[in-house]
Design a protein. Structure first.
Ligand SMILES: C[S@@+](CC[C@H](N)C(=O)[O-])C[C@H]1O[C@@H](n2cnc3c(N)ncnc32)[C@H](O)[C@@H]1O
Length: 289
């Protein structure tokens, strides 16, 4: 038996679950607490290696690292195997030392729960389940969709969860390649070879980019959507997008402020009480046990 495997087996036999957990987090904490690509490799998520997402995550998330955030990720990993998965939840826990990490999966992943990590079993397109979950955990500051990657799911989940995201929150969607993938690539993919196909995630997201500039639309009868009014930036990378929430009401340099939108009307649109704000005070419920 190789030495590393022998050591692993010995530790498994002699240490308790919580001692093993502490040992797993120790090098991450001591050596790479700010280095997301290293943390991803250490915990074994394909956010690095299979994909190259962590360089972008690090750029966007570094200023938030020490904030007491609520991070919600759809897709815990390992599909139907209850023991597999959880790698990204552990990576986020190591990277954000004060955050509460919540994971959702269609399969039971409760064996990955530990202090500051809580899991929920449910479907990412089940609006009742998702709303109940947000009521329970409090307003999420970061939402990551790494679930089924089916286009119709990605779009439906965004419609449900984006309005529930905190006022200056960040919504991330991974694996946008499925916009271009059809049954030819694999059973179940619902993308299209037509780059303008209206049902793909990428085309939905492209429409949000126009929405950033809704105040320049000259049609008199245009009514801004919730997304027009509450998205202030959209950053695309290879197969990945970061969508920033905020009040999009700067006004046009030439057309002025034609659309009424103040804080109050924005909050009225928000379907639940807002509790957190990166820019201001952050109020959190107590951590999950
Ligand atoms: C790519 S894995 C997540 C990987 C993990 N986030 C990581 O980075 O290590 C996708 C997960 O989404 C889950 N999933 C698939 N369809 C889902 C759905 N409709 N609702 C919730 N979770 C779903 C799968 O069971 C699988 O565990």
């Amino acid at each position: 038996m190789p030495l590393s495997l022998a050591i692993k087996t010995l530790l498994k036999r002699t240490l308790s679950d919580s001692q093993r957990r502490t040992l797993k987090y120790l090098p991450a904490k001591l050596l790479w607490s700010r280095d997301l690509p290293r943390l991803a490799r250490w915990f074994g998520t394909d956010k690095e290696g299979g994909h190259h997402y962590t360089q972008h995550y690090q750029r966007h998330f570094a200023p938030l690292r020490r904030k007491p955030l609520n991070l919600l990720e759809i897709g815990i990993g390992g599909d139907s195997s209850p023991q597999r998965g959880g790698q990204s939840l552990r990576m986020w826990k190591a990277y954000f030392p004060q955050a509460r990490i919540f994971g959702v999966d269609i399969y039971d992943k409760s064996c990955h729960e530990e202090p500051r990590i809580k899991t929920f079993r449910g479907d990412q397109v089940d609006a009742k389940f998702l709303r109940g979950l947000v009521r329970q955990i409090g307003t999420p500051d970061i939402i990551i969709d790494d679930g089924s990657h089916r286009n119709e799911h990605v779009i439906a989940t965004f419609h449900i969860l984006f309005p529930l995201l905190g006022p200056n929150g960040i919504y991330v969607i991974e694996d946008l390649q499925t916009s271009y993938w059809t049954q030819d690539v694999g059973d179940g993919w619902d993308g299209s070879t037509d780059l303008a196909a209206p049902h793909t995630s990428m085309n939905f997201l492209k429409s949000l980019v126009d929405g950033l500039n809704y105040e320049e639309f000259v049609a008199d009868d245009y009514t801004p959507t919730y997304f027009d009014r509450h998205i202030v930036a959209v950053h695309f990378y290879h197969n990945l997008v970061f969508i920033y929430k905020g009040l999009n009401n700067e006004g046009s340099n030439l057309l002025g402020k034609r659309f009424q939108l103040d804080d109050e009307s924005s909050h009225a649109l928000h379907p639940q009480t807002l509790t957190s704000d990166f820019a201001g005070t952050v109020r959190h419920p107590s951590p999950p046990s």
